[in-house]
Design a protein around this ligand. Structure first.
Ligand code: MG
Length: 399
């Protein structure tokens, strides 16, 4: 089998959105600057109060045997450009089933891109190759990886873009998603060091409200999106302990490993992170610094399925858990469903965003009663739905 073409497909469509989309944004590292702190961030263009315009950039790797593999959406046109300019010429004419060989060659050919955009492009190509390999063999990727290890993978509702300041809305949303069967929720803080003591009180009020609504024993997590510094994180952790979060995510910027380790020594709250950490070597440093309890690589950013397997092995050897970041549900589900339940006990579902990320898929990976069902479709289930595509541009083709 040989790769004959790599096609970039840019799709547009109209997607139904949740009534709660979008109420607020998460705190960001740049919010230490006042001119950024008060800025709202554009979500997606509205059609009406229940619909938004969506775009999706997908890679399609085609072969001489007619079977093709799909990955996407990619996070930005620039990643598609890297696929076409740098990666497609390297994989053209090669056997797509040799995922390890092609990953190693793409990576070795990109020493200046081993983290960041080039690695994100390599990740997407790797995911498309795994989708292709599964389709060629007629098996779900979860099975090719040695799973499934269970019929259902428990999901948690990740509430990014829900309100953080209107505590009435917070109560409503938390009760709503708990009522839909989720046994765990993660909420996002809006305030960091730039917002002073008032921001700390607002963060604590959010946590208190959620614990009240969801009750003791409900798994509740918090995410600070890399936006705190160590003194602030220590102060917040002390205030949050009474609400017994299952974890506190990305309290500091990803490279501050010593800071994470120091925070861990001063709090009983497990510390997680890693969606902005890439490759096994970066995670090795995290593990050796004892910086985190839970690793959260994003399969579409950290190097693809091929690299996620290595990170999983590393985590297991260090007695750490892996709960992948919830950007691409299908890739995440095939991965999580193939790992030991003790390694990957939970999978993130961004309840407001994942239907939009997956809008163009025929069968999106969505949770049912708070669980993802082990996947059964061949490959990673990446079939595009022609009925959802309102316009399509083939951005570029490589040979
Ligand atoms: Mg996060």
């Amino acid at each position: 089998m040989k790769i004959t073409n790599v096609r970039l497909r840019k799709l547009t469509g109209t997607a139904e959105c949740d009534p709660g989309f979008v109420e607020d944004r998460v705190v960001m590292p740049i919010d230490v600057y006042p001119e950024h702190r008060l800025l709202e961030r554009a979500a997606l263009p509205r059609v009406d109060d229940r619909h938004v315009r969506v775009e999706g950039l997908f890679i399609q790797i085609e072969t001489d045997e007619g079977v093709s593999g799909i990955a996407g959406p990619l996070l930005g046109d620039h990643l598609g450009q890297i696929v076409v300019d740098r990666l497609a010429p390297m994989i053209a004419g090669r056997d797509p089933r040799s995922t390890e060989l092609l990953w190693d060659q793409m990576f070795r050919q990109s020493p200046d891109g081993r983290l960041g955009d080039t690695l994100m492009a390599i990740s997407a190509v790797d995911c498309a190759l795994w989708d292709l390999k599964g389709k060629a063999l007629g098996e779900p990727v979860a099975r090719l990886l040695g799973g499934p290890t269970r019929d259902r993978v428990p999901a948690y509702a990740s509430m990014i873009s829900s309100s953080t300041s209107d505590l009435g809305l917070v109560r409503e949303r938390a009760a709503e998603w708990s009522g839909k069967g989720y046994r765990a929720q993660k909420w996002f803080f809006r305030h960091g060091p730039g917002s002073g003591n008032e921001g700390i009180d607002k963060n604590v009020a959010l946590a208190r409200t959620l614990r009240e609504v969801l009750g003791d024993g409900y798994d509740l997590m918090f995410d600070a999106w890399m936006s705190w510094d160590l003194p602030y994180a220590l102060k917040m952790a002390r205030r949050l302990e009474e609400f017994a979060p299952r974890w506190l995510e990305e309290p500091l910027m990803p490279d501050r490993l010593d800071g994470h380790a120091e925070l861990r020594q001063h709090t009983s709250i497990p510390i997680s992170g890693g969606e902005h950490t890439m490759t096994r070597w970066s995670f090795k440093a995290v593990a050796e610094a004892r910086a985190m309890d839970i690793l959260q690589p994003d399969i579409y950013w950290t190097g693809g399925i091929s690299e996620a397997l290595k990170i999983a092995a590393l985590a297991s050897a260090h007695d750490l858990q892996v709960m992948v970041h919830g950007f691409n549900n299908p890739a995440n589900l095939h991965f999580s469903a193939a790992m030991s339940p003790s390694l990957t006990p939970l999978q993130e579902n961004q309840v407001l965003w994942s239907p939009l990320f997956q809008h163009f898929l025929k069968e999106p990976a969505q949770s049912v009663d708070g669980d993802f069902l082990a996947p059964a479709a061949p490959g990673m289930g990446m079939e595009l739905d022609p009925d959802k595509i309102e316009s399509e541009t083939v951005v570029m083709m490589g040979e």
